[in-house]
Design a protein around this ligand. Sequence first.
Ligand code: HEC
Length: 313
Amino acid sequence: MNNKKKIEDEINFKNLLKNPLRLYGWFFLIVFVVILIGGIYYVKHLDAIYLNSTPTAIFAIDSVKVEEIPMKKGGIKPALDLSLVKSPLPEMLKKGKELFETTCSSCHGKEGKGDGPAGAALNPKPRNFHSDEGWVNGKSILGMFKTISEGIKGTGMSSYDYIPPKDRISIIHYIRTFGNYPGITDDAVSKLDETYHLSAGTVEPNTIPLELAIKDIIKENKPLIEKTNKIADEIKKSSDNNAKLFKSLTSNLTNSIYAIEEGSLLKDFNAFKNKIFADPLDLGFNSAILRLSDKQLKSLFDYLKNLTSKTVS
Ligand code: HEC
């Protein structure tokens, strides 16, 4: 007698193909395994998920590409020559026309008749610059400057204070060519200046080219960078337990040492520890460093302190 059962007797494969639902039990096992693997992956990468920030980086000199700023001496720069308010230069009229057509004519119309397409649905209607009627702030230079600078609340006329004062004056001069406007007296100019301080100087700081500034910074930091590289080489070569520990705690040895040195963190163990606990990633460490015991941390501290005091740049 043959007692041995064949597997085909246990599982009827033909039936299974006809009715795959019989695999239902296996399905649970598969889901369980998938969740388990996902869970392990999640926990392993918890550092990156939880401490989601970028560690410090040292850039190679050539990798910094910047738009150049010209060298310029600072000083007091007069904001607006008041004589231009009374008698504008021809190029100001040209600029005024350009700006009017790009910024204002959609409402006020190309000829300033208040009939631009964007103004059709507005209430009140955009001002007709050929007419004397309905002006809120008035046709004086002060009134118009006020309108353009501050807008008229509750209407389609908004503030255009981002347009430089000189260009605002240019637009006004262009609008004045549409019809009859009051003459510009000295009195009107000084009133305008009193209200908007157009002739008050603005202080401009000295500027130096960025490339020069970066070179300066690199020059200042050169000894520190050299020292950092020496210490990093030392740790890479070493088989000391602390060196091994250090290597396992950071993905970029040089960055971590640089950050520690730059922050003068090796003067005092508590300062070192506090900084690490406050922001390990800022020092280029992974969060495994948070799980070290005080003793391990102190030993690491002593090791680094000893190493850096021996290394001269
Ligand atoms: C979105 C539409 C719109 C645009 C764009 C616009 N305005 Fe107006 N503007 C108005 C409306 C509406 C009024 C009428 C407000 C009122 O009657 O209270 C007005 C009124 C004025 C007035 C008359 C103010 C007064 O005292 O009554 C001046 C001057 C003026 N705008 C200048 C300009 C200038 C300059 C520009 C471009 C830099 C400009 N506007 C762009 C809608 C516009």
